[in-house]
Design a protein around this ligand. Structure first.
Ligand code: FES
Length: 170
C-alpha cells in the first residue's frame, strides 16, 4: 500500500530524498522512486522542488550549470512503469499484458479484472481505491498470468480468485 503523505510535507520529503541520494545522475531514479512511494505519484511541484534541491546541493545555480532540467526529470518519471505522474488510487493494480502471460489465461483474466473493477487501463475508481494499469513482462512468466498489486505479486491467477485477492485492499 502506498503511504499517502500530506501535501504540507512535500518540501521536507523531496529535500530529504535528494539529500539522502545526492546530487548526481545515478540518484535521479532513487529520488523519484522515494517521492512516488510517499505520495503514490510524483506531483509536478515535487519535480520542480527536486530540481532546485539537486542544483542547490550540487553547488551551482541552475542558470550556470544544468545538472538536470525539470523536463528531464519529468521524462524519467513518465518513462518508468513504476513511477506515476498522475494521482493514483490507494492501490495500484498492474496486469502483465505480455505474450507468455496472455497465452496462459491472461486474456480471460484481463477481461475479468476490468469487469470486476469496472475500470479500463489507466483509470482510477471514483473512491480512489484502485488504479488499473497494464505492464510488460514482470519477469515471472513461469507463473503467468500475473498481477502485481502494490508490492504484492500474484501468479497463476484465475478469474474466480480475483474477488478474494482484491478484498485484501481497502
Ligand atoms: S510475460 Fe507476464 S511475467 Fe513475463
Amino acid at each position: 500500500m502506498f503511504k499517502i503523505a500530506e501535501e504540507k510535507n512535500l518540501v521536507a520529503i523531496v529535500e530529504a530524498a535528494v539529500e539522502k541520494h545526492g546530487a548526481h545522475a545515478d540518484a535521479f531514479i532513487p529520488i523519484l522512486l522515494e517521492i512516488n512511494h510517499e505520495f503514490g505519484y510524483i506531483p509536478g511541484e515535487a519535480i520542480r522542488l527536486a530540481r532546485k534541491k539537486l542544483h542547490d546541493l550540487h553547488g551551482k545555480s541552475p542558470e550556470d550549470h544544468i545538472l538536470v532540467s525539470e523536463g528531464q526529470l519529468y521524462g524519467l518519471a513518465s518513462f518508468y512503469h513504476m513511477l506515476h505522474t498522475e494521482k493514483t488510487g490507494r492501490h495500484m493494480v498492474q496486469f502483465c499484458e505480455s505474450a507468455p502471460c496472455h497465452v496462459q489465461g491472461g486474456r480471460e483474466l484481463w477481461k475479468s479484472i476490468q469487469q470486476t473493477l469496472n475500470l479500463k487501463a489507466g483509470e482510477t475508481d471514483s473512491e480512489g481505491r484502485f488504479t488499473l494499469k497494464t505492464v510488460s513482462c514482470l519477469g515471472v512468466c513461469g507463473v503467468g498470468p500475473v498481477v502485481l498489486i502494490d508490492d504484492d505479486l500474484y501468479g497463476n491467477v484465475a478469474p474466480e480468485q480475483l474477488a478474494d485477492i482484491l478484498a485484501k485492499y481497502e
